[in-house]
Every structure is written in structure tokens, then in C-alpha cells.
Design a protein around this ligand. Structure first.
Ligand code: B12
Length: 338
């Protein structure tokens, strides 16, 4: 019989040759090994031929009508915009490209009374190196390949996770996020329509990450209990991100201590054993001075200070200018004073 010592020795030797050898974490649970940063792809992409488009739209409508999907009106308003609409200049699109770009978590520093507060800024809430121009140019050069072909970003009109799954790009996690090999859920999704006829990838299905079948870490760590074992949908109407992305008072069930990021929430990702395989590549976005933090907390930063901060900290590209100060005042307030 193999002793524990022999087993560990064999595992250690095999581990050098096989990066996915399971390792045992602190809790005794089986975890896959950390990904070497040089093996993380900058992006992964799949192509959906346009003749599948109408069926995908019909199938997604059925998903939206399912019982498990939240009826919360803010959430419904954002998903009703996902109508698979193609821009006028691309009504004759022949291929849809769905891609995942690797995204790093970040922090921004806020000085207050001599103390530095380092606050997490999840991706999607800061501007990363994938500017819209760079993204489009990479898609044109690497994927479309033919110059002069019409190409448009359609990300705002389509359900990206759904298309990514049906395009075969990866699988869902229990936390309702989309997992891509080599990136975990640390990725942002984008979709493009092009008139170029590209070789299509095989149809994919809505699959669950195998590791999630015996894991409930995200469910346990979700501060507002919006994830469940029997569900494939998050209860979007309880998700912290739904409320701290927009101005207004937080509902009673959201306690100050639940906030953990300048916007959005990181709990279902930082608690995920599969995501812990991604090495810590956290970006430091920059710092707000004592004077700036105080002005933000009072809600009166002034236009030029706000502009300078937005630029220096690369914050909230998607938030309307008018919402920037009130959202920061409220969110920063609960994080620093909680
Ligand atoms: C609306 C929205 C929100 C809402 C509601 C979230 C939601 N679950 O819908 C709120 C504001 C809460 C939100 C929060 C966040 N969001 Co958001 N959000 C969106 C948006 C605009 C639409 C999402 C959507 O399609 N909802 C529709 C519902 C029906 O879909 P669903 O709940 O995901 O249900 C799917 C599964 O249930 C699956 N399914 C159905 N049946 C079955 C059966 C099986 C077996 C399986 C496995 C799956 C499965 O199919 C459904 C359709 O996709 C997209 C952008 C876009 N254009 O797509 C970004 C997007 C989903 N968000 C994103 C991110 C990063 C976040 C946050 C992590 C931000 C943060 N740090 O706080 C959180 C994560 C919350 C969470 N755990 O889900 C990323 C996700 C990237 C990824 N790799 O998964 C997206 C794709 C934006 C992007 N450009 O990359 N978001």
C-alpha cells in the first residue's frame, strides 16, 4: 500500500510535469494548481455563423421567461435591452464573434486623515488596456483578417454570457459567471458582428463548471444570499452590484458591512477555488489625496477635481457623469466609515 509520504512524493514529482495535478487546500478540498501568468491568454474567441442567430434569440427569450429569473425592475430593464439587434450598417452580418479578454482585479487608494484605504475596484469598473479602439483593431487583425470588412461592437445589445456558452467559449460557474479556460471568471466578454464569412465554431451548450458540482464556496460567501445550489440563476434583485452601480439609497437588506468594493462586489470570485488558480495580478490604479477623499465624502468634489480623479483612477467608464459624484460619495462612505 502507498504511504501518505510516498503519495506526496509522487504527486510532487508528477506536479512538475502536469500543471493540473490536484492539490489539497487549507480546508482539505481538492484544488487545481495555480496558472503560470505566462500561460494566461490575452483573449479567447469563437465564431457563431449568422444562420444560428434567430434560433439563439428565440432560445434566450425562453431562458428569460424561466421561473428562476429575477423580476426586479432595474434588472429587467437592463436585460430587455439585450434584443440581439444588429446595427443598421450590419444588417447583412454573416458572422458573430464572441470573445473573452483576461481582466485583472484592481485597487484604488483613498487617503483620509493620514490613513491609506486601499479599496478593491473589480474589472468592468475601471478602464483596462482593452480600449474599444484596441479591441476592435485586434478583432479586425487577428480574427476577421480581411481589411476593409465592416465590423461593429454589439456587446450592449446581446446577452454575452449566453452567447459565450452557446458559442462554445466556456462554461458557467455556480456564481453565475462565465469561466474560460486559463482565465477562470476573470474575464470580460464582448461581441462583434462582421460582414466577413468566417469559419464557424461548433454549437455549445449551457454547461456548469465540473468543480462547482462539489463546491458551494460562492454561495456561502455571497453577502446578500443571491446564489443557490438548486439554481442556475443568481437572484439579480438581491445582488449587491445591482444597487451600488446606480445612485439611490441601498435597500434595508444591504448592510454597510457587506460592501467590499468601490462598485460591484468581488465575493463570489475571490472565494472561488477555481479563480484562486489565477495568480494575484491586482493592478494599483492610483491614489486620491486627503483633500480629494474628503471632498468626495462630502459629495462636493467640483468638476475639475472629479475629472482629474476619474482620469487618474481610470474609474467607472460606464457610469454617467452626473452619477459619478453621488455614487462615489455613497459607496466610499460605507467602505471607509463601516
Ligand atoms: C444585467 C447584468 C448584471 C446584473 C444582473 C446579473 C445577472 N445575473 O443577470 C447585475 C447588476 C446584478 C450584474 C452584476 C455583475 N456583473 Co453583470 N451583467 C449584466 C448584463 C448586462 C446582462 C446579464 C444577463 O444576460 N442576464 C440575463 C440572465 C437571464 O442571465 P443569467 O442570470 O446570467 O442566466 C444565465 C444562466 O442561468 C444560464 N443558464 C440557464 N439555464 C442553465 C442551465 C445550466 C445547466 C447552466 C449551467 C446554466 C444555465 O443561462 C442564462 C443566460 O446567460 C451583462 C452584459 C451583457 N451584455 O450580457 C453583464 C455581465 C454578465 N456582468 C459581468 C460582471 C463582471 C458582473 C459582476 C461580477 C460585476 C461585479 N464585480 O460586481 C457582477 C456579478 C454578479 C453575479 N454573480 O452574477 C460580466 C460577466 C463576465 C463573466 N465572465 O461572466 C458581463 C458579461 C459583462 C461583460 N462585459 O463581461 N450584472
Amino acid at each position: 500500500m502507498t504511504t501518505r509520504r510516498e503519495f506526496l512524493k509522487a504527486a510532487f514529482i508528477a506536479g512538475a510535469a502536469w500543471p493540473y495535478l490536484p492539490a489539497f487546500g487549507q480546508s482539505g478540498r481538492v484544488m487545481r494548481s495555480t496558472i503560470d501568468p505566462s500561460q494566461i491568454p490575452a483573449y479567447r474567441a469563437k465564431v457563431i455563423p449568422i444562420d444560428r442567430w434567430a434560433a439563439l434569440r428565440t432560445d434566450f427569450a425562453k431562458v428569460l421567461a424561466s421561473n428562476g429569473v429575477s423580476r426586479h425592475k432595474t434588472f429587467r430593464a437592463s436585460v430587455e435591452a439585450l434584443d440581439f439587434g444588429l446595427p443598421a450598417e450590419l444588417k447583412d452580418a454573416r458572422s458573430i464573434i464572441i470573445l473573452a479578454t483576461f481582466a485583472k482585479p484592481a485597487t484604488a487608494e483613498f487617503q483620509l486623515n493620514g490613513q491609506a484605504h486601499s479599496i478593491p475596484v473589480p474589472f468592468q469598473y475601471y478602464e483596462d488596456e482593452w480600449t474599444p479602439e484596441r479591441l476592435k483593431s485586434v478583432v479586425q487583425t487577428d480574427i476577421v483578417k480581411e481589411t476593409g470588412r465592416k465590423l461593429a461592437d454589439i456587446s450592449k445589445r446581446v446577452p454575452l454570457k449566453y452567447l459565450a456558452a452557446r458559442g462554445g467559449l466556456g462554461v458557467f460557474g455556480r456564481n453565475n459567471l462565465f469561466y474560460v479556460e486559463g482565465m477562470g471568471s476573470y474575464n470580460l466578454l464582448h461581441a462583434f458582428a462582421t460582414e466577413a464569412k468566417l469559419p464557424g465554431d461548433p454549437d455549445g451548450s449551457l454547461g456548469l463548471l465540473g468543480e462547482c458540482r462539489r463546491c458551494n464556496q460562492c454561495i456561502r460567501s455571497c453577502p446578500t444570499a443571491c446564489l443557490g445550489l438548486s439554481e442556475f440563476f443568481a437572484d439579480a434583485g438581491r445582488c449587491l452590484a445591482l444597487f451600488n452601480e446606480i445612485p439611490g439609497e441601498f435597500p434595508n437588506f444591504i448592510l454597510p458591512s457587506m460592501h467590499n468594493a468601490l462598485m460591484g462586489c468581488m465575493k463570489c470570485q475571490t472565494s472561488c477555488p477555481e479563480d484562486r488558480r489565477i495568480p494575484d495580478l491586482t493592478l494599483k490604479l492610483g491614489a486620491a489625496s486627503d483633500e480629494e477623499t474628503k471632498a468626495l465624502l462630502k459629495g462636493k468634489p467640483g468638476e475639475s477635481m472629479l475629472l482629474a480623479l476619474r482620469k487618474r483612477l481610470r474609474l467607472f467608464p460606464a457610469v454617467k457623469a452626473a452619477d459619478f459624484a453621488p455614487v462615489l460619495k455613497r459607496n466610499l462612505g460605507v467602505l471607509i466609515r463601516a
